[in-house]
Design a binder for this molecule. Sequence first.
Ligand code: GLP
Length: 244
Amino acid sequence: AIKESEDVACKEVASDIARLIIEKQKKGKTAVLGLATGVTPIKIYQELVKKHREEGLSFHNVVTFNLDEYYPQSKTSELSYYYFMHHHLFDHIDIPAENINIPDGEIESDKIADYCKFYEEKIDAYGGIDIQILGIGRTGHIGFNEPGSRQESLTRLVKLHPVTIMDATREFIREEQVPRRAITMGIKTISKARKVYLLAWGEKKAPIIKEAIEGGISEEIPATFLQNHPNVSVMIDSDAALEL
Ligand code: GLP
């Protein structure tokens, strides 16, 4: 759907999340959210914090799984996705700390494979993700599934694409400072979510949005795999829709 603005789109997604949380609360169940970082979803998190403060929306029954984290990356770094999520959302709501899952950028390298398997199993143990939020990178990545990622891919250690490293330089200041790798949920992990929101704002995302939506399904543009998903909402503003 093409929305009048990022604000309108983010309010709509936040309302859908709030509805899910309340519905699950009534049944004594858990709401499982798949969350993304980057500037794209920030307003959704602001809306959720507002609903917590002004409407008393509780997150006591919410479990979250973040898509990805740089590797290696320390949790205390302000550039970690761990920091980002706490700063924008978790520090301002009543979610139990043990319900928060973010790929661990501090894990020892010989433990990564087991850790990734554990991350997958934990998602499954909670019954899978109810709502998954996604941004999109200029390479067509979702999470950090760069070109070449397989449709069957699961949580794993990946190498970042040079374009992604260049885009991340805006936060890391110097290109050499950008971690070369990341731990990311796979395409299959993302595809198992029952509802997916793919979000993009601004002209810079217009070319990749065109490829993601209108292009043929291929590993070259991993976001095209979402075309196979039965329940995806693409939420974009008019600038990101310029090339459709
Ligand atoms: C990063 C993240 C992605 C995100 C993308 C777009 O690489 N790993 O999950 O979707 O960048 O970022 P932004 O929302 O800042 O444009």
